[in-house]
Design a protein. Structure first.
Lengths: 236, 228
């Protein structure tokens, strides 16, 4: 947690003029990569993610195969130019962790048992990072999986919450992310409200965590609506 | 195609499309709390009291008695391994592939099917990632020459049309011979292959639009006029 003298909330307005419970402008497109089985582009403000799904396809090496279900592999990658200080390319500790939690967030939504001995590969690339990249990546992955025709229980909606200057906020931008007191990314299945990703970083009281979860489940409806629109626009 | 195209209703994964009290859950759906829910991004279909969803994309899942077009990728000791355009490989055993008795010590299996050969074959059995193929059915054969086109496997019924109406009109108007595999691989040979491919690609892209057969007929006759 870095410290800053700059006020992050002035007169109830955040750095980019949003109210605490406002989400940034969202843009979603489906079917942007022709060679992938399914793909999507998601933008939350300046944070931009592409997701591509390949498969179900044959899994090599054979020892990784599961005899009764497909395995899901997620690769989260940040482009070197996505942040102001060049990011060293290649997977690092952070990317490995985010790949893992993304996999765990997506897995409960899929009927993996329909494709034994195969793999479903999800590649998430962050082209521009301005906070909340992992939830943007999960939203993109959700659309790409639906576009790939993979059987799903539900779409996956993800949104980040946090706390700055003793105020609970949602959908953190880069600066808020860096200087926030706490940061909570959440992913959930919108129809059953099952939470599949819940991480927390910083100092926050148990009551505030509960409030943040409630806020995100409510605000997630907007993201869910955008996802539905994007998928329907694919076939127009 | 300037006029507005009417599109079919599209459902999303997780969307409730029926109730178990009045309907039965068919292909592409699952049940949660008495609700029938779609598994796919696709087009819902009602057949008697069954409600099902046809996905708009996705890979081919092999089914018994499907006739598919496969490509031989390897010749083994007592059979052939075939690419089935699905996540799993198919196996064509010697006894299913060739009618006569073959002494494998004396005859190389490459004489019958070699790597790269295209075969029209039937799936006789599917067990968890193990597809058994057979050439015994009368329509099965090796496909010589021709061009292969891949489309979304779930759209194969649209390419064929009602009782073959769509595929027959394409065949007639472009003077081609076409074979459609259930796995989304289409083999063509004859005169206007390019036109036929364009028509097939169009069906693949616009399968969710009403009145597709008419549209394809117009498309094909337009092309015929240009040639005159």
């Amino acid at each position: 947690m870095m410290k800053t003298d700059e006020k992050l909330i002035i007169n109830g307005k955040r750095l980019d003029g949003r109210k605490p419970m406002d989400i940034r402008e969202i843009e979603m497109k489906v079917g942007v990569i022709p060679n992938a089985n399914g793909s999507a582009y998601v933008r939350f403000g300046k944070t931009t993610a592409f997701a591509a799904v390949y498969g179900p396809r044959e899994l090599i090496p054979k020892h990784l195969q599961e005899p009764d279900k497909a395995i899901l592999r997620c690769y989260y990658n940040m482009a070197p130019f996505s942040v102001s200080d060049r990011k060293r390319p290649g997977p690092d500790r952070r990317a490995v962790e985010i790949s893992k939690v993304t996999k765990l967030a997506i897995e409960p939504a899929l009927f993996l048992e329909e494709f034994p001995e195969t793999t479903i590969d999800v590649y998430i690339d962050i082209i521009q990072a301005d906070g909340s990249t992992r939830v943007t990546g999960i939203n993109a992955a959700s659309l790409a999986l639906a576009d790939a025709g993979i059987p799903m229980r539900d779409l996956i909606v993800a949104l980040s919450g946090g706390k700055i200057d003793d105020t609970l906020i949602i959908d953190l931008c880069g600066k808020e992310d860096n200087y926030s007191e706490a940061d909570i990314p959440i992913a959930f299945l919108p129809n059953t409200k099952e939470i599949t990703l819940l991480q927390m970083d910083g100092r926050i009281t148990p009551q505030e965590v509960k409030d943040t979860i409630r806020n995100i489940l409510k605000a997630g409806e907007q993201v869910y609506k955008k996802q539905k629109e994007a998928l329907k626009n694919r076939y127009k | 195609m300037t006029e507005k195209e009417k599109i079919r209703e599209i459902v999303l994964p997780g969307e409730i499309i029926g109730n178990t009290k009045t309907e039965k859950s068919g292909h592409g759906t699952f049940i949660r709390d008495q609700n029938i829910i779609s598994k796919f991004l696709g087009i819902p279909k009602k057949n008697k009291d069954y409600i099902s969803v046809i996905p708009l994309s996705g890979v081919y899942t092999p089914k018994r008695h499907d006739k598919i077009i496969g490509i031989v990728i390897s010749v083994e000791k007592s059979g052939w391994i075939v690419n089935t355009n699905s996540p799993w490989k198919g196996f064509l055993s010697l006894s299913e592939g060739v009618r006569d008795f073959i002494d494998i010590r004396k005859v190389s299996l490459k004489r019958f099917f070699d790597v790269g050969d295209i075969i029209y074959t039937e799936i006789v059995d599917v067990r968890n990632g193990d597809i058994q193929l057979s050439m015994k059915s009368p329509s099965s054969r090796k496909l010589e020459d021709g061009v292969l086109v891949k489309i979304t496997p779930s759209k194969v019924p649209r390419v064929i049309g009602k009782e073959g109406s769509m595929i027959n009109s394409i065949k007639e108007k472009t003077k081609t011979i076409i074979r459609v595999g259930q796995n989304g691989v289409i083999w063509l040979t004859g005169q206007d292959i390019e036109k036929a491919i364009d028509a097939i690609k169009m069906i693949d892209e616009k399968s969710h639009i009403f009145g597709l057969t008419d549209k394809i007929n117009i498309f094909l006759s337009d092309l015929n006029d240009e040639n005159r």
